[in-house]
Each structure stands twice: as C-alpha cells, then as structure tokens.
Design a protein around this ligand. Structure first.
Ligand code: AMP
Ligand code: MG
Length: 521
C-alpha cells in the first residue's frame, strides 16, 4: 500500500504544543496531535472502489490487513502524525465556543492526480475536543454517512466522500432518542475523504479568541492551498475569498433543494469552507414535498433547519463567517455587499433550478408564478417529491390536464385527497404548464432526457438506510452493497431497482431512524 503523503495542513499551520490526550481549551493553534484508539478488533464492511483509485490505491491494497489497520486507526502509518482540528461554532443560533474534532481524527493528507485528499476517521476514539463524549461512532450513523456521502457525490452534489466503513469490534453506549433508554450498539469507523475538512468554525474560533495572527495564517493557508487562483493574499483577496465561499455555499444548498436533501444540523461547525456537504448526522430526504420538514427531532420546536429554510441559514452562517473575517478586512461594507448579493443570487439560482426540474430552458416572465404555484399545490396533500418530478417528464404539451394528473398520481400518498379544490388546483397548474411548454423549442424527448438528469430516480430514502442498518446489525451487509451500487447511477432507469422507485412505506412514516432522527450517533 503506497500513498503519496503530503500533510500540508499539519506542517504549515500552528500545532497545539500539548501532546497529552486530555480535554482542554486550545489557543494559538489550528489542531492538536492525537493518536487513534488502537484497542480495537476491526472488520471491514465496505470499501469505495472510486476512492481507492482516487488515492492511487488498488483493489488488492484494500484486501490487506495493513489497509484495514490504516482505515481504522489501529496502526498509524510511518511518517504520518494524526491530529484533531480545533474549531468552534454557532449551534442552533447560539455561539457554543470551542467544539473541535471530538470524534474525528485526521490521519494524513494524500496527493494523487494533482488532487489533495485529507483522510479522516470518524469514531476512532477521544481527542482533546471530545468534551463529555466518548469519541466513538455507532454502526447506524456510520452506515448513514457512508451511504449518503457517496450517494450525494453521484447525484452531483458537492460533498465529502467516504473511503471505507468498518466495525471497530467495540460496543458503544447510546441513548438514541435521549429519553433515558441507553443501550449498547456496535461501534464503527468511517474513513472519510475531502480536499479539506475546514469549516466556518475553524475561522470563528480564532476570531472569538481575538487571535488575528493565527486567523491570518489559517486564511492565507486556505487561499494558497484551496483557492490558489486567488493568491497572493491581501485585503482584497480576503474579500474575493469570502465571495467564493458564499458562492460555493449557495451552490451546495441549491443542489440540496434540487434533490430534496435536508442536512438537519446546519450549525456553523458543520459548514465546509469549500462548500461541501459535511457531517452527515440526522439528515433526511424529503418524501412528501414540505418546506417545513426537518428529520432532526432535536430541532422539532423551532425547525430552524427545515427544508425551506436552508437557503436562509446558509446566509446566516455566512454572516457569522463574515464577522470572523472582518478582523482581517476591517471594512463592513464590502462584506455586507457580498451577503446582499447572496440573497438575490439565491433567489435567481433557486428559480433556475426549479425551472430545470420542470424542463424549462429559456426564462419567461410567468416562470416565477408557475414555480410558486407548483410549490403551493405540492403542499396541498402529501406528494412524493422524487416520484412527482421524475414522472413529470412523461407529460407532453399536447396532453390534457387530466392526463398530467394521471402521470403523477403515484406520487400522492392519499390519492383520495385529490378531489374538489385540490384537484382543481392541480388541473389549473397543468394548464399553465401546458401553455408554458408550448413556448419551449426543444422536442419532448430532449426535454425529458434533460429533466431526468436533474430529477433523480433513486435517492437514499430515509427508510432505505434504516433497512440496510437493521440488516447490518444482524451481520448481513447485502443491502448496504445493493444501495451503494444503485446510488452510483441515481439518474438512470434500472429495472433491477424498480422496487426502490416507490413511495415511503406506511410503516416508516413515524419510525425512529426513518422520519425521526436525533443527533445521537
Ligand atoms: P455534531 O453535532 O455531530 O456536528 O457535533 C458537534 C460537536 O460535538 C463536534 O465538535 C463533534 O466532534 C462533537 N461530538 C459529537 N459526537 C461526539 C462523540 N461521540 N464524542 C466526542 N465528540 C463528539
Ligand atoms: Mg459536526
């Protein structure tokens, strides 16, 4: 097993001088050295063939004990020095102070094919940032991260990736719904990969400490290594950097809205500086199209991180990052201008994205109303987002409105509801859509093909991950592999997977792990 280790992050940034693995407040540093827990008997469950080749590894490498020991932290590779990153964050709108990698340990950074890959274990033991927790992860949350991050990648959504998932061989105590019912679960370790795992919170913590020197070092490092087209660094570059982060954040969230992904915990410590979807916790996928939905039971009262609010939260989080970068820029107006631009750019990008889902190529005045009306009718009765948009590509402008309704009817969870006003509203919408389609120049076949490239056929529905988890808890990993494979081609019709192109089954409606998830992981 040969990796081209570069380790820029730990070599170029200031390290915490304390080497003892005790919980502490860290200052003047971007990370702390820490060794993963070696007291494990790991078992590999799944490896990503693409990630292997991205890293310059082979399928044969993945079969070795050295690989297993590497991706679980049992053995630390020579010349590497694992570390946990220091960051803070706003959690649910409040500044929470130092958080940091409490159960993530960075192994090293690898360069292959001119790409940088930071490799990070999740669940490999405690770190100086573990606070009152154990630094471990359970099988269920690890399967959710492993499957979903790869599914997102193949959907074309910017995301961190996953190289492997393994059992640690240890048991982990968790109280899934925080209701006094703690129980032991299987421990697991995911080895995840990204160009960088830096978050908004990495910059915020330094600003909160008033450590402008280290903040500048970290921002310069980020620009040089990850936004290199912007160098050399200056105040103007910092602004352009912030603008680039705002654009990437916006792009990522628009993709989430397109595929119906709800992150669930958009705290600023879970916002990647590279605009990657990061930290797969109590996320969920829309089944019924619902702007008010969040899978995260911890957020039930305010639904701060609901589907329809993700764009606003992106802006709120960017404002917190702007506050941190202000220490280097010292002028509020240009930062405010970038935040204002996010607002208008978001609305434009959202409309563009929704129009692409409807197969509308050239903007027309009525598009905004058409999309707004559609969002309204989608909320009248529970309507499956994935089935609705995918089936819609069968609608042709020559068809009658009632035929349109027939095409999408399997998306309704209660077809019987589609009578009276609801039916009238749908027929009206199809009428407007027909009129609008008449202004399109491309043929139906071309439009349908384009729609099918933005409206996925298969997503990781909440209950699907749960089924794979339940099987894996009984040592059966077939479904994990089946879903993994299916989600590699989410836009292609595949008769083999037809059973996964269906509404959520009724048993999953209120089940823990499907519709209800907590931060316990
Ligand atoms: P999250 O809500 O998963 O993004 O985590 C928020 C913070 O809590 C981060 O600093 C995590 O590293 C930390 N954390 C979450 N779970 C654990 C755990 N089991 N052990 C230690 N730290 C944790
Ligand atoms: Mg996190």
């Amino acid at each position: 097993m040969k990796l081209n280790i570069v380790d820029k992050f730990r070599k170029q940034l200031p390290a915490d001088p304390v080497l003892e693995n005790i919980r502490r407040q860290v200052s003047g540093a971007c990370f702390s050295y820490v060794t993963p827990n070696a007291e494990i008997s790991p078992k590999l469950l799944h490896v990503s063939p693409e990630l292997l080749s991205n890293l310059g590894l082979t399928q044969e490498d993945a079969k070795t004990e050295a690989f297993l020991n590497f991706v679980t932290g049992k053995h630390v590779l020579k010349d590497t020095k694992p570390y946990a990153m220091c960051y803070g964050g706003h959690q649910f709108g409040n500044w929470a102070g130092q958080l940091g990698d409490g159960r993530a340990i960075n192994l090293c950074e690898v360069e292959h094919d001119a790409k940088n890959w930071a490799l990070q274990l999740k669940g490999a033991g405690e770190t100086p940032y573990s606070r009152s927790a154990d630094g471990l992860a359970v099988l269920r949350s690890s399967i959710r991260e492993y499957l979903c991050s790869e599914a997102m990648y193949h959907l074309g959504v910017p995301t961190t990736r996953a190289l492997s998932i393994a059992l640690s061989g240890n048991e982990v105590l968790r109280d899934v719904m925080y209701n006094g019912n703690a129980a032991y679960e299987k421990g697991a370790i995911v080895c995840r990969a990204a160009a960088s795992f830096l978050r908004f919170g990495n910059y915020q913590i330094l600003a909160a400490q008033g450590d402008v020197t280290t903040l500048k070092t970290l921002v310069d490092y980020t620009i040089t290594n990850h936004f290199s087209h912007l160098a050399p660094t200056s105040k103007q570059t910092y602004l352009t950097f912030f603008e680039a982060v705002a654009k990437r954040t916006l792009k990522m969230i628009i993709h989430w809205q397109r595929v119906g992904f709800v992150h669930g915990v958009m705290n600023t410590d879970n916002m990647s500086i590279l605009g990657l979807t990061i930290d797969y916790g109590p996320y969920g996928w829309l089944e019924g199209y619902d702007n008010g939905w969040t899978p995260n039971t911890t957020d039930n009262a305010h639904k701060r991180y609901r589907y329809g609010n993700q764009g606003n939260i992106g802006l709120w989080n960017l404002l917190q990052l702007a506050n941190a970068l202000y220490l280097l820029i010292e002028e509020p107006e240009p930062l405010e201008a970038i935040l204002m631009a996010y607002k208008t750019n978001y609305d434009t990008a959202h409309l563009e994205m929704m129009c692409s889902k409807l197969g509308l190529a050239n903007r027309q005045n009525e598009d905004e109303d058409l999309v707004k009306n559609l969002e309204e009718v989608l909320h009248l009765t529970e309507t499956d987002m994935t089935l609705f948009f995918r089936n819609l590509s069968h609608f042709k402008k020559e068809m009658l409105e009632v035929e349109g309704l027939k095409i999408i009817k399997e998306a309704f969870y209660n077809e019987k509801d589609v009578v009276d006003t609801i039916k009238t509203r749908w027929l009206e919408w199809f009428k407007a859509y027909k009129i609008r389609l008449a202004k399109e120049t491309q043929t139906h076949d071309v439009r349908a093909r384009e729609m099918n490239l933005v409206n996925p056929k298969y997503v990781l529905r909440n209950y699907m991950a749960q089924l794979a988890i339940e099987d894996a808890e009984h040592n059966n990993y077939k479904l994990l592999d089946e879903l993994y494979t299916m989600l590699k081609t989410p836009y292609s019709d595949n008769p083999k997977y037809e059973k996964w192109y269906a509404k959520r089954p009724e048993w999953a409606r209120h089940k823990v792990g499907c519709s209800m998830l907590s931060c316990s992981s």
